[in-house]
Design a protein around this ligand. Structure first.
Ligand code: Z5A
Length: 210
């Protein structure tokens, strides 16, 4: 019987270094001999990428609840058609954001509430949590400074500092509630220090039992 793969996710506010560290984790997992599927949210499927465009790059105004439901729809599709089949096939999956992003941004930032967002995801069939999540955390202004250099901001990135402070608070509250799954990493450290911290919690997962 195939041993199911592990499900990993990276979380944090914009500019904390998720993209930068994806490549590092990929290299470590593949060096240990596992096949890794790297994916992202919103997105990860053809439909999800179309929904990503609506969420981030369209000029439609939308209610907070609408935004949450589109995120949940995209995630439901992603989980059922990409993540679960890959895991069942013995592959590892690394997602650039997953459910915790909705708990933080829609639950905290938009003020819908973490419990309501969790409940909606239960209804949408999103019942699988990652085996390990790294929450890259740092003060809001540091991440904003990093992304300003990139120019054009998407629909959510144009929100104000208070919005991102609420997202950060919700992220940290979720991490406090699930310390086994979520490792909080100080993302204001150097890239080498961040990667050493990720490596420390990744290493035990990579040990083969077969
Ligand atoms: N969203 C949501 O609301 N609800 C949901 O359920 C989901 C998402 C899933 C898209 O996310 C938006 O969707 C996001 C949340 C919302 N909106 N916001 N805001 P995304 O993940 O596609 O976009 P992002 O968060 O804006 O990603 P990003 O800006 O690309 O951030 P990043 O990947 O974490 O950063 P990076 O590109 O790796 O690093 C940024 C820069 O910092 C870069 O120049 C690096 O070289 C540099 N860097 C990285 N690490 C370091 C360290 N340690 N020191 C110094 N410099 C560093």
């Amino acid at each position: 019987m195939t041993t199911p793969g592990k499900f990993l996710s990276l979380e944090g506010l914009e500019g904390v270094g998720k993209t930068t560290n994806l490549a590092f984790i990929k290299e470590r997992v593949e060096a240990a001999g596992y096949e890794l599927v790297v994916t992202r949210e919103p997105g990860g499927t053809e439909l999800g990428e179309a929904l990503r465009d609506v969420l981030l790059h369209s000029h439609h105004s939308m209610q907070a609840e609408t935004e949450m439901l589109i995120m949940a729809a995209s995630r439901s599709e992603h989980l059922a058609s990409v993540i679960l089949p890959a895991l069942a096939d013995g592959k590892w999956v690394l997602s650039d954001r997953y459910l915790d992003a909705s708990l933080a941004y829609q639950g905290g930032g938009r003020g819908i509430g973490v419990q309501t967002v969790r409940h909606v995801h239960q209804l949408a069939g999103v019942t699988r949590l990652p085996d390990k999540t790294w929450l890259l955390d740092m003060p809001v202004n540091v991440g904003r400074e990093r992304i300003q250099k990139r120019g054009k901001l998407d629909r959510i990135e144009t929100e104000n500092v208070a919005f991102f402070e609420r997202c950060r608070e919700a992220y940290l509250a979720v991490a406090t509630a699930e310390p086994e799954r979520i490792d909080v990493i100080d993302a204001s450290q150097s890239i080498a220090e961040v990667q050493a911290a990720i490596d420390k919690s990744l290493a035990p997962l990579l040990q083969r039992i077969d």
